[in-house]
Design a protein around this ligand. Structure first.
Ligand SMILES: *[C@@H]1O[C@H](CO)[C@@H](O)[C@H](O)[C@H]1NC(C)=O
Ligand SMILES: *[C@@H]1O[C@H](CO)[C@@H](O)[C@H](O)[C@H]1NC(C)=O
Ligand SMILES: *[C@@H]1O[C@H](CO)[C@@H](O)[C@H](O)[C@H]1NC(C)=O
Ligand SMILES: *[C@@H]1O[C@H](CO)[C@@H](O)[C@H](O)[C@H]1NC(C)=O
Length: 469
């Protein structure tokens, strides 16, 4: 998330009464939401597409073929309201699509489509049998204590020692407010949330593994600062779990990375401090641990105009004095890096604050570049959905062990008026070998495999995926 040019909109929380005011409006919104749900549901039609089946090259498992069926999503936008606020007009001027415009409108009659309510929450404790393991992008997702998962801007570590997945992310279960009139919507730092799972669906809350600093106002983690996009990798040599994260002040002028370590994946992590990598600004960032054990920091820099990539030192606690500048002038953020058959891939978003925009896939033979842009990886849904990354922003791409070329694309559907209620959009991402089908994505660059993120309203990993080889 970046601060300039970001989408700014008054929230319903502008009065001074703080949380009281907030809970009153929440009740009203819940009531309105219920009413609208009944009245407007008929506005929405969903339909499964004809299922243009893409030839599967990665794996011939039939359940993976299902994930590659193109699923259409028809969203009937309500007629435009007679009077548009100057603010809305200004937004349109910025060529935001009508769908994104609707998405950002807190009064939208489609609010329940973008942010479905509690009654449709995914509850792995309650759901059993054949209904298990389904992901529903955008729905509230409960942990095993039946609280909404708080792991925004997150990433997943597979811990080989315990054969367990750990999901780390921003714990944002606090009040959304603005530090000052022109500031971005924010939640005070609470800390980094951590959840564990064996099946990537049932998540146990392991607590806050790196907590905000409550008292010391000069500390990086002081609550009024910013902690975003925490990512954890394991160092095979030091046997430490190392967390890197975006550290900033409320105005996003510090633009640094913070580093923390732990002996165990479920913390607590010890905060070691922050730095400006290679002496440059660093905002949205990620880390990538390569097969040879070398790890890299990838970060948006130079006012978000350029992405920087550089290797870490062997202990992952610092950076080597090597850095490459990529996508110069292209303004990409929210990087998520993965690798398949020796080729590096990256998904990025544009820079529009909390508002969704078009994702791009990139590929490179060396992680330091040169990187080539392949195009928008989103498949299915509808055009407006695809150019808004299904109303979400990339945060991580998780490889599925045993299924070469199959990944889970993890993204955040930010809710700028109530950031704690931001949702997770997980979808299958498939890297397909060079194909002779003429394709809008690769026709220009036949050298690279195609990267596709398939929209599904409901999907799950092939049953028994974790035991397939
Ligand atoms: C879901 O329930 C919680 C408390 O039970 C409430 O605070 C929240 O506003 C609800 N969210 C929605 C989207 O209905
Ligand atoms: C689950 O699905 C299988 C195969 O489709 C079916 O035979 C079985 O009856 C289902 N079980 C339940 C509880 O619905
Ligand atoms: C507050 O934090 C700063 C920066 O981490 C540190 O140098 C200082 O010692 C801390 N002060 C106290 C009282 O803990
Ligand atoms: C952030 O910017 C606002 C407005 O420009 C200013 O009043 C405030 O002091 C700044 N805060 C910090 C922490 O720099």
């Amino acid at each position: 998330m970046r601060m300039r040019n970001l989408y700014r909109k008054p929230t319903t929380l502008r009065c001074n009464a703080g949380s009281r005011c907030y809970s009153a409006s929440a009740v009203i919104w819940s009531l309105l939401g219920c009413l609208l749900l009944f009245h407007l549901y008929s506005n929405i039609h969903h339909k499964h597409g004809e299922g243009r089946e893409v030839q599967l090259r990665v794996t011939n498992h039939p359940q993976f073929r299902e994930l590659q069926q193109v699923e259409e999503e028809i969203i009937q936008l309500p007629p435009q309201k007679g009077k548009r606020s100057p603010r809305a007009a200004k937004r349109r001027h910025k060529r935001v699509t009508p769908l994104v415009d609707e998405f950002l409108d807190e009064d939208s009659r489609l609010r329940h489509v973008f942010f479905p309510g509690n009654n449709s929450a995914i509850d792995p404790v309650k759901v059993t049998g054949n209904d298990s393991y389904y992901y529903y992008p955008g729905r509230i997702w409960l942990d095993t204590d039946r609280n909404p998962i708080q792991a925004h801007g997150g990433g997943i570590l597979y811990d080989e020692r315990s054969n367990t997945y750990y999901w780390y992310g921003e714990y944002k279960d606090g009040l959304t407010y603005r530090a000052h009139k022109r500031g971005a919507a924010r939640v005070d730092i609470i800390g980094v949330g951590c959840y564990s799972s064996k099946d990537l669906w049932t998540w146990k809350n392991e607590g806050i593994v790196l907590a905000a600093e409550e008292m010391n106002g000069t500390h990086d983690l002081y609550k009024s600062n910013v902690l975003e996009r925490p990512k954890v990798i394991f160092n095979d040599k030091t046997r430490k779990y190392v967390m890197w994260m975006h550290i900033d002040d409320a105005n996003y002028t510090k633009a640094a990375v913070g580093i923390a370590i732990s002996d165990t994946p479920d913390g607590p992590f010890e905060y070691l401090g922050s730095q400006r990598p290679h002496g440059y600004e660093s905002r949205d960032m990620t880390v990538f641990k390569d097969e040879d054990g070398v790890a890299y920091l990838i970060y948006s820099s130079e006012e978000n105009n350029v992405l920087h990539i550089g290797p870490m030192t062997e202990d992952y606690l610092n950076l080597m004095p090597v850095m490459r500048r990529v996508f110069v002038g292209q303004r990409r953020e929210a990087p998520a890096v993965f690798k398949h058959q020796g080729t590096y891939y990256m998904i990025t978003s544009g820079c529009t604050g909390w508002a969704p925009n078009e994702a791009l896939a990139h590929a490179a033979e060396s992680i330091l570049g040169p990187w080539e842009t392949l195009g928008n990886p989103c498949v299915g849904g509808n055009k407006m959905f695809r150019i808004a990354t299904f109303l979400a922003q990339s945060t991580f791409v998780l490889p599925l062990p045993g299924f070469s070329g199959s990944f889970i694309f993890m993204a955040d559907r930010w809710n700028p008026s109530d950031l704690r209620d931001s949702r997770y959009v997980w979808l299958p991402l498939i890297v397909e070998g060079p194909t002779h089908h003429s394709s809008e994505y690769i026709s220009r660059l036949p050298l690279w495999s195609r990267v596709s993120i398939y929209w599904h309203r409901k999907w799950r990993l092939p049953q028994g995926w974790s035991t397939f080889k």
